[in-house]
Design a protein around this ligand. Sequence first.
Ligand SMILES: [Zn+2]
Length: 322
Amino acid sequence: MKPCPLCEYKASKIAYPAPKNAPVSPKSRLANGSMLRSFDVVRCAQCHFHYLNNPVSEETLTGLYKDQNNHFYLSQEKLRLRTFERYFKKIRQYVPKGSILDIGCAGGLLLSIAKSEGWEVYGTEPNDYFRSSAKEKFGLFLSPSLEDLQQGFQANVVTLFDVLEHVINPRRLIQASFQRCKKKGFLFINIPNFDSLSSRLFRHHWWCLCDSHLSYFGTADLIRLLQEEGFVFIKKYPYMQSLELGYLAQRLKERMPVTGHFIMRSFERFGLSKLPIHYVAGQTFFVFQKNEILAGGNIFPSRATAQLTRAKENIPPLPFYL
Ligand SMILES: [Zn+2]
């Protein structure tokens, strides 16, 4: 059993078992950005966090993201830009102008908007294809990882769009984001929300449950993690995405080949494939601010540290609501 990515507790219960007859091929699925799932979604027996019981190692994962071909993602560039414009407007409500570090910035679309508005822009992206596309299209020079940025570099705004749920150690990524955020700076995070209406309605059929999503944050999980790592929760908004109808049908086809194919062909027949759709499908956009006083668990020891101490000393775990 994989330990909990948040509190490192080793016991968990299966919340949503892997679909029957699921071919266990996480490598090919991750490499293609597939929305299918081969593993159980489990619930930590200590902190109740939900995560994928996926055995892929960090090294394998980094290698897969590095080489992934993301042509399909960039086919929706225009509408993705519209989505990012929407959320960059929100970012500007908190920080009118300054420096931005977009971690896992894909093809640099958000940064291209920030750059055109005179911001100082920095981004990290492990994928070779995305980095060369960002350079070619927007003249952006992205770093492969956070470690490649100048030591001590900090930005007014740090962003994690569609990133946190993909990493093996989300706590480490939040700690690294804290290091890269200026005093009183802001961290903006977008995640598929496990507490969302669509997640509750569709349960194990929810489209965000897939092999490339390793963690399933609900609102309380995310706020707890961020508070433990020195951030203050400010606000959350539903995340509205814009994509073409044909693209969405193609994604549906991966999960439901027959129905998806039928819908896709119907859209093509009626010339609707390129129709832009603006939808909210279970994602949430969170605003956090760095709070130096709460940092590092020195003044208020983090819940995870407290739980680990209790586990080592055989004291029953803290209840979830504490
Ligand atoms: Zn846990």
